[in-house]
Design a protein around this ligand. Structure first.
Ligand code: PEP
Length: 262
């Protein structure tokens, strides 16, 4: 029998919102979710602000006892030392981050992050008690050449080669062609890849651990299309970019249980 996986709705703010704007955004999100009687047992909500916002977000979340989780958008593979510009998992853990996004396609593309480096970052997250949100996904070219699941499967295998089976993990399937394009995958496409990814996780980690991993879909998720994704048996939430900066839209996504699919 499968475990019950609490859905996770995660907002990747990318390089948007300074620390003052972050306070206002998280405050408004908390109020909006409260007004909607959001039950965090139905869907966990997490935000991923820029590094310079995290201390402010931590202070607000702790002072107001908010149930909103948060994390970094990246992590260094190293724990400390001469790595100019990098952020250690130790620093994220000290700020009470729960999660860290690793291997986002924008990091893979603009910073040439390899599968090997991403695997080391995943292990760094585990060392510091952070839950990695491992992003995988195919480009439009990959899709045409290899189909939808081949590249995400090979990215998962490479990143998790040395992953400890009992560590918590989130995998975000984000087709690169769907990110920021307004052209989301269909719910069925996302569901099919998520099922293949869970089978891959079963091969790597065993059935019990794979069953616990939350698999998110990401790529042009909105209030209007979230319900379809959430109906897929292996999709356990969403990684949301653009729409996470619009509080009503993001809160609406978190409240996916209330929507009727179109
Ligand atoms: C993302 O950046 O992870 C993402 C899914 O972006 P968007 O929702 O804007 O497509």
């Amino acid at each position: 029998m499968g475990v019950t996986r609490t859905p996770l709705i995660a907002g990747n703010w990318k390089m948007n919102e300074d620390h003052l704007q972050a306070i206002a955004l998280v405050q408004k999100l908390a109020w909006t979710l409260k007004d909607a009687n959001h039950d965090f047992a139905d869907a966990e909500v997490a935000v991923f602000p820029p590094f310079t916002d995290l201390r402010s977000v931590q202070t607000l979340v702790s002072a107001d006892k908010l149930e909103i989780a948060y994390g970094g958008q990246d992590i260094s593979a190293n724990d400390s030392g001469a790595y100019t510009g990098e952020i250690s998992g130790a620093f994220l853990a000290k700020l009470d981050c729960s999660y860290v996004i690793i291997g986002h396609s924008e990091r893979r593309q603009y910073h040439n992050e390899s599968d090997e480096l991403i695997g080391r970052k995943v292990l760094a997250a585990v060392r510091h008690g952070l839950v990695p949100v491992l992003c995988v996904g195919e480009t439009a070219e990959d899709l045409e050449k290899f189909g939808a699941s081949a590249v995400p499967v090979s990215q998962v295998k490479a990143a998790l080669a040395d992953f400890p089976k009992d560590a918590p993990l989130v995998v975000a399937y984000e087709p690169v062609w769907a990110i920021g394009s307004g052209k989301a995958a269909t719910a069925e496409q996302a569901g099919e890849v998520a099922t293949v990814l869970r089978a891959t996780l079963t091969e790597i980690l065993g059935a019990e651990a794979a069953d616990k991993v939350r698999i998110l879909y990401g790529g042009s998720v909105k209030k209007a299309n979230i319900a379809g994704f959430m109906k897929q048996k292996d999709v356990d939430g969403a990684l949301v970019g653009g729409a996470s900066l619009d509080v009503d839209e993001f809160a609406g996504i978190a409240q996916f249980g209330k929507h009727v699919t179109v």
